[in-house]
Design a binder for this molecule. Structure first.
Ligand SMILES: CC(C)(COP(=O)(O)OP(=O)(O)OC[C@H]1O[C@@H](n2cnc3c(N)ncnc32)[C@H](O)[C@@H]1OP(=O)(O)O)[C@@H](O)C(=O)NCCC(=O)NCCS
Length: 168
């Protein structure tokens, strides 16, 4: 299924919250953070620290990605969120979002993309997603999120021509 990729606006706030929660992966605190980042990006003083792109099936938001420059670095950017509606996962929407995000990152001169995820078993498909799309497991911090729940950091070097391998 190919979606149209468009900005995420105020009108999509509740839907973004709902589809993030519906993945069943994130703690309530994390769901709230996703919404806060959207609010920050749409606020009156509109920050460029958090950028969003949404995947839409007609008017329905079915996924989104959020990224931003990593403070204090030279051309390193964080991919903060990439989420697809549980009902639509495995149909290429995440790949489409990632490809678009990387295209925009490259246009903004990004050198290194960093993404943080969890070692939990229920994140195995997420880790496979990153690994199949050119991300390398760069570091692990044991017990970071909780006992037995490690922080896994993936990176992708956009400067080495990996962009073309963003998606099969
Ligand atoms: C990770 C995620 C964004 C991928 O999006 P997607 O639309 O399901 O991914 P695609 O259909 O483009 O690609 C599917 C690939 O991702 C992996 N994958 C991840 N979750 C999957 C799922 N629930 N169903 C099927 N494949 C999944 C598979 O390994 C598959 O690889 P393949 O194409 O080599 O077989 C999405 O599954 C998701 O929202 N997961 C929950 C939230 C999450 O973990 N976000 C990242 C942390 S912020």
């Amino acid at each position: 299924m190919s979606c149209s990729l468009r900005p995420v606006g105020h009108a999509h706030r509740a839907r973004l919250e709902q589809l993030t929660r519906a993945t069943g992966l994130f703690r309530e605190e994390e769901v709230a953070t996703a919404v806060e980042l959207l609010d920050a990006s749409l606020g009156e003083r509109g920050t460029d620290d958090y950028r969003f792109v949404g995947a839409f099936d007609r008017e329905n938001l079915v996924g989104y990605a959020c990224w931003g420059p990593t403070p204090g670095t030279e051309a390193t950017w964080d991919l903060y969120w990439i989420v697809v509606d549980r009902e639509r996962q495995g149909a290429g929407v995440g790949t489409q979002l990632l490809r678009e995000t990387e295209r925009r990152l490259a246009a903004d001169g990004c050198r290194l993309v960093v993404v943080e995820t969890s070692s939990r078993a229920d994140y195995a498909p997420t880790r496979r997603f990153y690994e199949a799309r050119g991300f390398t497991r760069a570091a692990t911090i044991s017990g970071y999120y909780a006992p037995g729940d490690d922080l896994v950091i993936y990176t992708k070097d956009l400067a080495d021509g990996d962009l073309a391998r963003a998606a099969p």
